[in-house]
Design a protein around this ligand. Structure first.
Ligand code: CTP
Length: 127
């Protein structure tokens, strides 16, 4: 059973670890599509850490089996097919957004961890 999730995972925090752990516990393998810096620019986001650094950190997490670049909004169906994904998982801030994937795999939204986000951390630290 292979699980897939996506994100930027900048300034890694406990909310990220929680969703990665819970996603991994739902299957045997966890694949993560990591937003590239170019894709973040399209989303009007600038990460503190580079794609390469975010990738190194994510790959070091025990719940993560494979990290691949996410470069475009429209790659999700082909990623699910290419990586033979059984379950797609995202935080509840994305509730309903990826229901179109249910034609290809199971889709689940997990509750976010309260009180923490990369945006909040940046604000708190003035970065
Ligand atoms: N996430 C979560 N709980 C949080 C923050 C994030 O479960 N407190 C989940 C998101 O729902 C998403 C994944 O972690 O499925 C990656 O989210 P990402 O956008 O990289 O992290 P955020 O902290 O939400 O970043 P930002 O503030 O820039 O939106």
């Amino acid at each position: 059973m292979r699980v897939l999730t996506y994100g930027t995972f900048d300034l890694l925090h406990v909310g990220h670890i929680n969703i990665l752990r819970r996603a991994r516990e739902l299957g045997d393998e966890l694949y993560v599509g990591l937003s590239t810096d170019e894709f973040n620019a399209i989303k009007h986001k600038t990460s503190f850490m580079s794609f390469e650094d975010r990738r190194v950190i994510l790959q070091a997490i025990r719940y993560v089996d494979k990290v691949f670049p996410e470069t475009h909004w429209d790659n999700k169906i082909s990623d699910v097919q290419k990586y033979d994904i059984d379950l797609f998982v995202m935080g509840s801030d994305w509730e309903g957004e990826f229901d179109f994937l249910s034609e290809y795999c199971d889709v689940m939204y997990l509750p976010r961890t309260e009180g923490v986000s990369t945006t909040l951390l940046k604000k708190k630290k003035g970065i």
